[in-house]
Write a protein that binds this ligand. Structure first.
Ligand code: HEM
Length: 118
């Protein structure tokens, strides 16, 4: 199949939909909502969308902090991380992302866990 993973899931529109759905799920989960109580959600969504686009081979214009710096001091546990990761996989699957995309994202989730979890 042709194209980047980004174009195959549906480009910018799909990424925006995925990020909106991700934070709706996360904020609706009482185990996770507290982490985001003081956060500028529009900025966070913009950065998460840019990072996801870049990761999937779309436009590379992420200007946020390194993941380790962004999550330092938040005391995110492995269980919190697993929940957010499962929501992300879930929203991508709901967008009909192919197994190749899901495999790629799972791989990245494993690779960056140590930058996010304390
Ligand atoms: C692979 C998993 C994750 C990715 C790719 C990711 C990505 C990001 C990005 C791009 C930012 C914005 C950085 C910036 O604006 O400079 C951010 C901030 C944040 N993330 Fe994550 N995140 C992940 C997992 C988590 C988890 C598991 C939690 C909590 C349960 C979490 C909580 C937060 C919070 C609270 C902020 C805002 C921090 C602040 O503004 O001071 N993240 N994340």
């Amino acid at each position: 199949m042709d194209g980047t993973l980004y174009s195959r899931i549906g480009g910018a529109t799909a990424v925006t939909t995925a990020v909106d759905a991700l934070y709706r799920a996360v904020l609706g989960d009482p185990r996770l909502a507290g982490f985001f109580a003081e956060v500028d959600l529009d900025g966070l969504k913009r950065h998460m969308g840019a990072l996801l686009s870049q990761t999937l081979g779309g436009p590379a214009d992420y200007t946020g902090r390194e993941l380790r710096a962004a999550h330092d001091g938040l005391h995110i546990g492995a269980d919190d991380y697993a929940l957010v990761g499962a929501y992300l996989i879930g929203v991508l699957a709901a967008l009909q992302a192919g197994d190749d995309v899901l495999r790629e994202v799972r791989g990245i989730l494993g690779a960056v866990e140590a930058d996010v979890v304390e």
